[in-house]
Every structure is written in C-alpha cells, then in structure tokens.
Design a protein around this ligand. Structure first.
Ligand code: GDP
Length: 456
C-alpha cells in the first residue's frame, strides 16, 4: 500500500540552531509514537492534546538520537489540514537526516517538493492563488514584494476573482432561464443586465491586469543596465550602489560568461542590475562588447542608467549612447563633478532627468536614489484595496477572460440572441476559476508545486 504520511526536513539545509522535521498525514501520530519518547510519561503521543509542545527524546529503536521539542497539530487545524507533527531537533544536517530516516523507517515516506502545501490546496484549506503566494513570500527580495504576496495569501485576490465570477455566473443563470422559458420574455432586461455586468467585470479585470507591471517589478526587479563608455565611472557607481545597500540578496551567474546579475534594494525597489558589460571586471570593457550587443541589452532593459564623464570632452561614443537610449526609460548621470568640468552642453539630454554625481566622493547618490524611486512609484502602492498581481499565470488567465468578455460584448452589440454569448461566458468563468484552482489539470498543479522547496 502506498504510504500516505509524508515527512521532510522543513528548515533549510545546513547548520542552524534548530532544525525541524515535519510529518503530515493520517499516521503522523502513529509514526511519532514509535520514535518520540516524551518526558511527560502521561502524555499519549497516539492521541495527543492538539497544539501543544512536548519535550523528550527521539529514539531509533533503543538508541537515543537527540533531545527534541515536538509540536502536535490535529486535523483539520494544521498547515495541511491533516495530523501534523513537527520535531524541533538540534540543527545539524546529520541529526536532521537521521531523524528523517527514522520517521521513514517507521511508516512515513519522503515528501516531494511542495507536497505539504499541495495537500493544503488539495484539501481545500487554501486555493491555488494562495498557494502560489506562499512561494512568493519565501522568495521575496523586498518588503513590498512580501507584502503583496501576503495580501494574496490572505485571499484578497481570490476574493476579488470570486466576486467577479459570481456576478458573471448569475448572468449565465439568467441566460439559461431565458433559453429554457422563452415565454418569459425577459430578453431585453437580460441583455441590458449582461451588458452592464460584463462592462463592470472588464473594468475590474483590466485594473488587475494593469497592476502586473508593478507586480512584475516587485517580483523580478527593475532590469537595469548601466551604460557608458570606458572609464566614465560605471563600476565605481555600481560599487557605490552595492555598498550603500545592505540588503543585496543574491548574485546570479548569468547564462553567458560575461553576464552577472546583482540585486540592489533601492528604497524598497529591487533593481536587477544586468552587468553584461562586465563593468565590475576591469578587463572586460564596453568597447569589446560592441554596439550590437549594447543595443540588445538596452532593448531588454526596463531602465538605463547612462553615465557621462564631466572631466573629459564628450566623444562620438557618448553621442552614440545618447542616440541609443533616446526612447528608453533612463536616467542620465554626469559623473566626476568633483573634477574640473570640460563640457556644459546639457541640452543634449533633452527631456531626460540629469543628475550630477561623484561616484568617488559619494556625492549625488541620494538624488539618484530618489529619482529611481520617483520613476518606479511602487512605494505609494496601497495594498489591500488595490490588489496587485505579480504572477504571469494569473495575468494570462485574466487576459484570456478579457478576450472572451470583449467577444461577448461584441455579440451583444450586434444584436445576436443572448444565448449565443453563453459560450463566451462559460469560458470567462473557466479562465477565472483556473486562477484560484478550479478545474485545473494535474500537470499545471504539479508544475506550480514543483517550484517549492523541499519540506514546504
Ligand atoms: P568604468 O570603466 O566606467 O567602469 O569606470 P571606473 O568606475 O572603473 O572608473 C574609471 C576611473 O575613474 C577610476 O580610476 C575611478 O577611480 C575614477 N572615477 C570614477 N568615478 C569618479 C569620480 O566621481 N570622481 C573622480 N575624481 N574619479 C572617479
């Protein structure tokens, strides 16, 4: 028989103060009873008082393995809605692995990545959008991203989608009533009502869809390229930004040899600085990269920070850069203002924000940061009323629903019989339902949960 009680190390691999082994399933207490000996001899591990923590030892047969604290959660009041046992042991890899092994030996099986959360979803405690929010919280790089994800976990997005769905569903019922009882002659009323519900839904969905741009910035960061001819101070600027930022999250080795990405958190805005020019590597300068590559970099970027050197005459390369970024969201940096100025024709940057800095003296950096904040106004986001979507799956489903809404509106406008739009309406309901996990195929579900880490 397939084992249905799962176990995994829930804390991150490596050494820590404590480690947690989590066991979930019908037999979680049975497994615990075979491996855990509480100090309190009257405590019944097989039928524990829920929500308590017990002190004791883990045994492998007769061998004492570790001193632990064990928490007991009784179905349905647990993360997975099943019986759950969490063993808090000492946080060494060996001891955690050993306890996991003992749990497996005594009736549990190893959980797949995301399986605990998948159970919470399959058992109906959370919907799919909420499950997705959990992984987003775990991978958040800034407070704002975490906040947007938390709002989603609390169910605000799902609630909004459900509300729209239920209005549209009412319309469908009206249409079908009309089809079944043509003598009721409610066609005109129905038509008007459908129209207004569709328009209203369109408005709400469009708003959600538009929020994706902000959501994406929060999640993936603002893809930023620092551009400038050699020696204008690109790497000095980047180092300054990195040094000022105490919350660098990660260095991601890129796909090509000379691509490095670094996250800098500027006033809560995650900048993903794409260092294709190898600007942190002094031997790898822009001249070796060539204009073609620079062009594609610029095209893919969300924002360009273009650096110019006030202490040297402008050259063709500078003008070329100005030309390249003409239609791009960009900030112009005039660097080395601590040195003597060799040019003053700032009108060449027409329409763009120009900031004077000295990367060396750390002058003007605050102004640059303010400008970045201004350009990406995510700091003013209110989160509860204005729900922000940051998940591409949600965006695509909303777009599909919007397409069907438009088709339905067109059909109504061209005076087709109302029952003709019921196909579109069913489709809209379907797309919206998929966001929260109704009628979602197994492959999609598995795809979503496989992105989770082990033990979650
Ligand atoms: P990159 O080639 O554009 O990355 O330029 P670097 O950051 O390597 O800087 C080139 C040279 O300019 C280095 O010697 C820096 O110390 C110097 N430099 C950079 N920023 C400033 C600045 O604001 N003032 C002065 N005086 N020198 C600077």
């Amino acid at each position: 028989m397939e084992k249905n009680t799962i176990a995994a190390i829930a804390t991150s691999p490596g050494i820590g103060g404590i480690g947690i082994i989590r066991i979930s399933g019908e037999e979680a207490f049975l497994v615990a009873s075979k491996i855990f000996c509480p100090k309190d001899a009257f405590f019944n591990v097989l039928e524990p008082i829920p929500n308590v923590i017990k002190y004791g030892y883990i045994f492998d047969g007769k061998e004492k393995i570790d001193e632990v604290l064990v928490s007991f959660f009784k179905a349905p009041h647990s993360y997975t809605t099943e019986n759950v046992v969490e063993i808090n042991c000492h946080g060494g890899m060996l001891v955690m692995r050993r306890i996991l092994e003992i749990a497996i030996k005594n009736g549990a099986r190893i959980a797949e990545p995301g399986e605990f959360t998948k159970r919470a979803f399959l058992n109906g405690r959370i919907d799919l959008a909420q499950a997705e929010a959990i992984i987003d919280i775990i991978t958040s790089k800034t407070d704002k991203e975490r906040n947007v994800s938390l709002v989603q976990l609390e169910g605000f997005l799902s609630e909004k989608i459900n509300k729209i769905q239920s209005k549209i569903y009412d319309v469908l019922i009206q249409i079908e009533a009309g089809i079944d009882y043509p003598e009721h002659e409610i066609e005109d009323v129905t038509r008007e009502n459908i129209f207004s519900v569709l328009m209203e839904s369109k408005e709400s969905l469009k708003k959600l869809c538009d929020s994706f741009e902000e959501g994406k910035v929060l999640k993936d960061g603002v893809k930023t390229v620092i551009l400038g001819k050699p020696n204008v101070g690109k790497s000095s600027l980047m180092n300054t930004l990195l040094r000022e930022d105490r919350a660098i999250v990660t260095d991601i080795p890129g796909t090509t040899r000379d691509t490095i990405e670094e996250y800098v958190n500027i006033k809560g805005i995650p900048l993903r600085i794409i260092d294709t020019a190898g600007i942190r590597n002094t031997e790898d300068k822009i001249e070796e990269i060539g204009v073609e590559k620079a062009k594609s970099e610029i095209e893919n970027a969300d924002m360009i920070i273009a650096v110019f050197d006030i202490s040297r005459e402008l050259t063709d390369e500078d003008y070329e850069i100005i030309e390249l970024i003409k239609n791009k969201k960009s900030i112009i940096i005039i660097n080395k203002v601590d040195l003597e100025e060799k040019w003053s024709e700032k009108e060449i940057f027409e329409g763009k924000k120009v900031i004077n800095i000295s990367a060396k003296e750390k002058f003007g950096i605050e102004e640059l940061e303010n400008e970045i904040e201004e350009l990406w106004k995510i700091n003013n986001m209110s989160t509860n009323e204005d729900i922000i979507i940051s998940n591409i799956r949600h965006k695509e489903l909303i777009l599909n629903a919007l397409e069907e809404i438009d088709a339905a509106i067109d059909a109504l406008k061209s005076d087709l019989p109302v029952d003709m739009v019921s196909i579109n309406i069913k489709s809209i309901l379907n797309h919206l339902g998929t966001i929260v996990g109704q009628n979602v195929d197994e492959q999609t579900i598995n795809g979503i949960f496989s992105r989770f880490c082990l033990g979650k």
